[in-house]
Design a protein around this ligand. Structure first.
Ligand SMILES: [Zn+2]
Length: 248
């Protein structure tokens, strides 16, 4: 399974299973993704394998949430109508509220597509979550008390405002058991593609050109990246949040 498909599997299973707060979320996500990988071969296309495993995971999640909702009719209705019965199309891994622009940038550096919505209305933010494979990251305790989040019809994580940006990032990584992936564009969350140095020569600052050979372009916003001093600082921070290490 290629990296894009694996990321899609993980985001679906992470957002479904996070609603149940399992003790080892990363392991549970990995097991379900591995099941899709194992099933997807020449005879079973990837989409069919994803459908089978994600549909079963969705039904198990809904059944467990309904059992926990103790017969509250409104919670029942929210859970049944908000969690998509079909595997959702790939989308952002996270929707971050207006206070979490810094966290969104760190998550992108760690390889996750984090959408950031400065100034968005609460209802519009919640609407983006309906049928989405994303997890909502918010600092708003009152928002988390809304029925659609309290019932876990929408997957959300309350991020502490007590933490500084880096503390928030380390906390989200630990609580969701995120693994470090290939970095994405920190400005928009797009995937980075390696490009030949010569093809972007006119976009490289003259002082940088002799010193760097590896360049990347964002598929979404077309920004050019290289591993300059800024990236080395980002790298040092990421190494602290992910002690296991990673090679770019
Ligand atoms: Zn970009």
């Amino acid at each position: 399974m290629n990296e894009t498909n694996l990321d899609h599997c993980e985001q679906i299973f992470r957002s479904l299973l996070w609603r149940l707060q399992p003790a080892e979320l990363a392991d549970a996500v990995e097991r379900r993704s591995a099941e899709v990988c194992g099933m997807a071969d020449g005879a079973t296309p990837w989409e069919a394998a994803l459908y089978i495993v994600s549909r079963r995971t969705r039904d198990e999640t809904v059944a467990e949430l309904l059992a926990r909702s103790a017969g509250k009719l409104r919670s029942r209705r929210l859970i049944e109508t908000t969690i998509a019965p079909l595997p959702p199309a790939a989308g952002p891994d996270f929707h971050c509220d207006a206070a979490l622009g810094g966290l969104a940038r760190w998550l992108r550096a760690a390889g996750y597509d984090a959408a950031y919505w400065p100034g968005i209305d609460d209802d519009d933010l919640l609407r983006k979550m309906i049928g989405s494979p994303a997890i909502l990251l918010t600092t708003d305790r009152r928002l988390c008390q809304r029925g659609v989040i309290a019932s876990r019809a929408i997957a959300a994580l309350l991020v502490s405002v007590e933490h500084k940006k880096r503390g928030q990032f380390a906390d989200v990584v630990a609580r969701l058991g995120l693994r470090r992936r290939s970095p994405r564009c920190m400005a928009c969350g797009g995937r980075l593609q390696a490009v030949a140095k010569e093809t972007v020569r006119d976009r490289i600052p003259p002082k940088t050109y002799p010193w760097r050979d590896d360049y990347y372009i964002c598929e979404s916003c077309d920004r050019l990246f290289w591993q300059g001093t800024h990236w080395q600082r980002v790298e040092a921070e990421l190494a602290q949040a992910f002690p296991g290490g990673f090679a770019f």
